[in-house]
Design a protein around this ligand. Structure first.
Ligand code: HEC
Length: 297
């Protein structure tokens, strides 16, 4: 990797650190740790981290970000526009290459601005927050943000037992324990059926995303999901879901993203979803939903 800046910390950091060592003030956290890592953690690490490494890219540490992907460097210090990572997060939602993929919520303008300033400022690991006076504070300040789900940590043993029993994965969405769990079935989708969804009921309130593409679940299972009170996103790609199952979701206050790609649903079938108060994205590619009515993607 090319370094455009000397690899030693700025004088400001050195002072902060020595005062901290003397017990006088807390060391000022770096801009990367305070602003960039939380953004990547929340939006990217589920696919580019310890669990999955899409495009052989990890974004869960400074070194990993700078190492880049199989295809090369993703961040060019000093050059946001020339950085593939920046290009991907600034594409329109309808672009196939936009990150994050799969209908996950895109980065906010302020999040994008923080990443832009960080890259423009040399993609530094040592610059501190006060080095970026123009960086907008992030609205989703961790401490103040309402929990997405109850803290899962006290239920860890129960969660592990359910994973083992049902051959699914229940993966924390981020390092924040109240960000909930992602139900993953992709390693063996054929095993996740309606009975499995029923069996997960005791911990359903912890699950915020359900990845159910290509599973044999039916409308019965989809109706069960209606009771998962904190579920924000469900992927029903290539399942046998019909209008009857979707109708059961009509009361959901939490659902933001529903992916119905390659299912047989039609305009009438998705009508109840369009009325959901929290819905942000509906994916209807490869369905009978008429293009004019779609608004998805
Ligand atoms: C749901 C999974 C998922 C999430 C979340 C996700 N990505 Fe990706 N990412 C992929 C996949 C799959 C690819 C490979 C296909 C492609 O290049 O579009 C990829 C590719 C990339 C690439 C291109 C790698 C290359 O070799 O050119 C970059 C850069 C990238 N992602 C950045 C991000 C960033 C930044 C975030 C968070 C804002 C993010 N991704 C979130 C799945 C994801």
């Amino acid at each position: 990797m090319t370094r455009l800046r000397p690899p030693f910390p700025s004088r400001a950091v050195a002072v902060a650190v020595s005062l901290a060592a003397a017990g006088l003030v807390r060391a000022e956290t770096t801009f990367f740790q305070a602003r960039i890592a939380p953004i990547l953690d929340r939006h990217c690490v589920s696919c580019h981290g310890p669990e999955k490494q899409k495009a052989k890219l990890r974004l869960d540490s400074f070194d990993a970000v700078m190492r880049g992907a199989e295809s090369g460097v993703m961040v060019k210090p000093g050059d946001p526009r020339g950085s593939e990572l920046f290009r991907r997060i600034t594409l329109p939602a309808s672009d196939e290459e936009v990150m994050p993929t799969d209908g996950k919520p895109l980065l906010s303008r302020d999040e994008i601005r923080n990443i832009e300033l960080w890259i423009a400022g040399g993609a530094s690991s040592s610059k501190v927050v006060s080095d970026f006076p123009g960086a907008p504070p992030l609205r989703r300040f961790k401490a103040a943000e309402p929990a997405w789900a109850p803290d899962w940590r006290s239920r860890a043993a129960e969660i592990a037992a359910l994973e083992e029993r049902f051959h699914v994965r229940l993966v924390p969405r981020s390092q924040v324990p109240t960000d909930g769990l992602v139900l993953r079935t992709a390693s063996s989708p054929g095993r996740c059926d309606d009975a499995v969804l029923a069996g997960l009921a005791p911990i359903a309130s912890l699950i915020v995303e359900a990845e159910l593409a290509r599973t044999p679940i039916t409308d019965v299972g989809v109706a069960a999901l209606a009771g998962w009170e904190n579920l924000r996103s469900m992927d029903l790609t290539r399942t046998s879901v019909t209008a009857a199952g979707l109708a059961a979701l009509a009361g959901s206050k939490s659902l933001e993203v529903v992916n119905l790609t390659d299912t047989s649903v039609d305009d009438a079938g998705v009508a109840p979803l369009r009325a959901l108060p929290a819905l942000r994205r509906l994916w209807v590619h490869g369905t009978k939903v008429s293009p004019g009515a779609s608004g998805g993607g």
